[in-house]
Design a protein around this ligand. Structure first.
Ligand SMILES: O=C(O)CCC(=O)C(=O)O
Ligand SMILES: [Fe+2]
Length: 337
């Protein structure tokens, strides 16, 4: 795995200042909506609408700096946003304990997301928040979710089980003292035999909902079989989550092709140790991401990421058959302007 090979896009001071000042004004204007200290301001619909109205009014310079992913591989790291480690307070021990912690960064991330498309939330994940807190949590060390630590978080498409999954995934780093790496592998770098692409384009296996969605796992519908890869005019795209794919049910030839894809993704994977202020932006149709194992500290100084999901309006990059999937009863919510 290559280290830190993700392309970087540096934000200049004028841009970071405009983003931060706008976020601060939005937060102050909507202060009355979160009267309680443990309330999460980014969960408030009026603030979200205000963010969606504010984003188009930002300067052309900021629009250009925060344009969606335009690299061939489908990922980049935005650099230069300020993070004041002392002002941040302790890393919460669980997403549900985050409350208003890091609220300014939530709003900055939402502004970035609104510049790239429409931020979306899930009714059934992290209480419907538009900004997720990714922190290691006691008891989840070996889970296949963002709350884990001691185990490798296998490369995956975000919310692969669902047809309305994000087009873009945005991971903003607030704290990462041990320089724990996020991993990213682009299907555009993978060398795949035509026969493997053909086989993996057939909808043969389902992708089950991940452990972050409790309600979805109880859904009674038959899990739909989905394509792992598909070709588009500008190259292959993928929908991949081996930890939630019952591969044992596949025929040997299909299993072998899936393994070759996994090996290729491992070969081209880059390790991205995000630093405070870095924002990793991934095209969720091109890049699978994961995280290396690490030892959680559980002392308030743990690694802390903020995450948003973005839909890019008008994008038609997915197999038409996906539209008929039930999505295990899970629904997305979009912030309205
Ligand atoms: O912790 C990370 O670097 C990534 C975790 C992850 O998969 C996610 O937040 O979607
Ligand atoms: Fe993820």
């Amino acid at each position: 795995m290559e280290l830190g090979a993700a392309p970087a896009r540096a934000l200049d001071q004028r841009t970071t200042r405009e983003l931060t000042t706008t976020a601060r004004t939005l937060l102050t204007d909507h202060d009355h909506e979160h009267a309680h200290e443990h309330d999460d301001p980014a969960a408030h619909r009026e603030l979200l609408s205000a963010v969606r109205r504010a984003a188009p009014a930002l300067s052309d310079r900021t629009h250009h700096a925060c344009r969606p992913v335009d690299t061939r591989d489908g990922l980049y790291v935005l650099k230069g946003l300020p993070v004041d480690d002392t002002a941040l307070g302790p890393t919460p021990g669980h997403w549900s304990a985050a409350g208003a912690a890091g609220a300014l960064h939530d709003v900055v991330l939402l502004l970035l997301s609104a510049l790239m498309g429409a931020p979306l939330a899930w009714e059934g994940q992290q209480d419907g928040r538009f900004v997720h807190n990714i922190v290691p949590s006691p008891g989840h060390e070996r889970a296949q979710t963002g709350a884990s630590s001691a185990t490798l978080l296998s490369p995956h498409t975000e919310d692969a089980f669902h047809p309305d999954r994000a087009h873009l995934l945005v991971l903003g780093c607030l704290r990462n003292h041990d320089r724990v790496a996020t991993t990213a592998a682009s299907v555009r770098r993978a060398r795949l035999a035509d026969a493997d692409v053909e086989l993996l384009s057939r909808p043969l296996l389902p992708i089950l909902p991940d452990a972050a969605y409790t309600g979805a796992r109880a859904h009674a519908g038959e899990p739909p079989a989905v394509a792992t890869l598909w070709r588009t005019a500008d190259g292959p795209r993928l929908r991949y989550d081996p930890a939630y794919t019952p591969l044992h049910r596949a025929a040997p030839a299909h299993r072998a092709a899936y393994r070759r894809l996994a090996d290729e993704l491992a070969r081209v994977s880059v390790a991205v140790p995000l630093a405070p202020g870095d924002v990793l932006v991934l095209d969720n149709d091109l890049v699978v991401h994961g995280r290396v194992p690490f030892r959680a500290r559980y002392d308030g100084t743990d690694r802390w990421l903020k995450r948003t999901s973005v839909r890019v309006p008008g994008r038609r990059t997915r197999p038409a058959a996906e539209r008929h999937e039930h999505g295990y009863g899970q629904r997305t919510v979009e912030a309205l302007a």
